[in-house]
Design a binder for this molecule. Structure first.
Ligand code: MG
Length: 357
């Protein structure tokens, strides 16, 4: 299976409701799908959604990075898989989402070549997963309403986006907690919105009101490792690092300092599946569990994330892969079933997602 051609196209899908965090507001998904075609007619699909505020990438920069990597891969056999991955990662620094999109397509091709669903190729057995759903940052009333709607749709875990104003954030979380009662688990994500001191104040206030969320994600700036450590030493709510950890190296820096309780693995940060698998192994070495998270992205890369979660199910205990359920429709054909909070992998070889013919 010799690689003949690598192309990209814009993948667009409208959102059911706008997605709002402390960093951004998005009304529709627009990301990039990578198609790798081989001489024998087999095709692999990958995808990546640029999140400029997080990875520094845009659609244009992703296209440029893929154009840069393309000539290194054309002519290689899929059997030379490790060489292909090495070429991607030595080609250019950073550009992790672009690399991830290409990697996913290569993994799709390799597992198709072996006739296995990707999770089986990676050694996984788990096929059903329960994801949380994002509650966008809004006025308190809207967030309460969205939380109740999510419960009605069968979600049991809410990922609550906060971080623009500590006092308001306390009111938001208290109101949601009061409204959902014991029917839901809350994961809080402040997306770098607070200082370390503010984080401790907010979390201690919530804790003294009897509210202990399953985790608080990235309360402080990505590079504020001392801040994370400061918070971890002062609150009960488990601390999850997201923007602070792209690579295994970033994880080691935090884990050596015992500065976090969990790590959020996203393919768009790790440069794809190989880096995500490595990151999960490192977390396991330190006895730390992980979340498998996503950007606002479509079914190709979300499915890839689910396969990774299956492969490392012992260490990836939290799934935050709601992006497909946020879309009102998608121009893709998928054998992976996305049914609100429930995601089920199929027995189809590869990642199980392709473009509509
Ligand atoms: Mg996050």
């Amino acid at each position: 299976m010799k690689i003949k051609e690598i192309t990209t196209f814009l993948f667009k899908a409208p959102l059911k409701t706008p997605f709002k965090t402390a960093l951004r507001r998005v009304d529709s998904l627009e990301d990039l799908v990578v198609v790798i075609a081989c001489e024998d007619g087999s095709v692999g699909y990958g995808e990546g959604a640029p999140a400029p505020a997080i990875t520094g990438e845009t659609i244009d920069s992703m296209i440029a990075a893929i154009e840069h990597i393309k000539p290194l891969l054309i002519g290689l056999e899929i059997e030379e898989f490790d060489t292909a991955l090495e070429k991607i990662h030595h080609s250019i620094p950073k550009n992790t989402t672009a690399k991830s999109a290409i990697e996913i397509a290569l993994y799709d091709l390799k597992s198709k070549m072996l006739g296995l669903p990707l999770y089986r190729m990676l050694g996984g057995t788990q096929t059903t997963f329960k994801t949380d759903i994002t509650i966008s940052m809004n006025e308190t009333d809207t967030m309460v309403r969205d939380s109740l709607e999510a419960l009605a749709r069968g979600y049991e875990i809410l990922k609550v986006k906060i971080g623009d104003n500590p006092q308001k954030d306390i009111r938001r979380v208290k109101a949601i907690w009061d409204a959902v009662g014991k029917q839901a688990t809350l994961r809080l994500d402040a997306n770098q919105g607070w200082s370390a001191v503010q984080s401790v104040q907010v979390l201690q206030t919530l804790e003294s009101a009897g509210i202990v969320a399953e985790c608080i994600e990235q309360p402080v700036k990505a590079d504020d490792l001392a801040g994370l450590k400061y918070i971890k030493e002062r609150v009960q709510t488990p601390l999850l690092a997201d923007e602070s950890v792209f690579s295994a190296k970033d994880a080691v820096a935090l884990l050596e300092r015992q500065a976090v309780d969990y790590i959020n693995i996203k393919l768009a940060k790790t440069g794809g599946i190989s880096g995500a698998l490595k990151l999960a192994d490192i977390a396991r070495d330190y006895g730390v569990k992980c979340m498998l998270g996503c950007m606002l992205e479509g079914p190709f890369s979300i499915a890839a994330g689910v396969h990774v979660a299956s492969a490392k199910a012992d260490v990836i205990t939290m799934i935050d892969l709601d992006a497909v359920s946020l879309l009102s429709c998608t121009p893709a054909k998928t054998s992976v079933r996305f049914e609100e909070s429930r995601i089920t992998l199929s027995g189809e070889a590869g990642i199980g997602v392709s473009i509509l013919a």
